[in-house]
Design a protein around this ligand. Structure first.
Ligand code: 5GP
Length: 145
């Protein structure tokens, strides 16, 4: 079977073009981070490259390098912002791998001792809560945390 192609109308491409809103936590020339609308834990953040790729396998290595640098920046800020005990960072490829949005993205989730992750694609979070969480991450970044 031929590999699936990148669809420029996927939801994260629309977020990048500003066609649908997101709660932005971090942005630089190559990457954007925003709150997941169906968080698996408080502070669940997604980090994406601006360059189009479906997943890990078709990404330009240079885009992966800048993406992972942003993942580290965001992960540090998220851990500080939520005073987390740890972090879970993951990435899915293709439906068989659990992927549901076909623009490369890395999940960054604060973790707390004894608190399990919620179900993937569980309930929608409240907009005001997501806005406050994004603001907390931006504040941590501005404070250099
Ligand atoms: P995947 O399974 O592809 O790794 O995860 C896609 C993630 O995107 C899921 O955790 C889901 O909650 C999140 N998501 C789906 N649609 C939207 C959306 O429109 N906005 C935001 N911010 N997140 C979304």
């Amino acid at each position: 079977m031929a590999d699936a192609q990148y669809d420029p109308d996927n939801i994260f491409a629309k977020i990048l073009r500003g066609e649908i809103p997101c709660h932005r936590a971090y942005e630089d020339a190559d990457t954007l981070a925003f709150m997941d609308v169906m968080p698996q834990g408080e502070g669940h953040t997604l980090v994406i490259p601006k360059a189009p790729s479906r997943g890990l396998l078709d990404a330009d290595p240079a885009a992966l390098a800048s993406l992972m640098a942003s993942v580290q920046t965001v992960a540090r800020a998220v851990k500080a912002a939520f005073e987390a005990d740890g972090l879970t960072v993951f990435q899915f490829n293709e439906p068989a791998g659990g992927q549901t949005v076909f623009h490369l993205h890395i999940h960054v989730i604060p973790r707390f001792e004894g608190v399990p992750l919620k179900r993937h694609e569980g309930g929608m979070a409240d907009n005001a809560v997501l806005a406050e969480h994004a603001a907390r991450i931006r504040a941590a970044l501005e404070a250099g945390r």
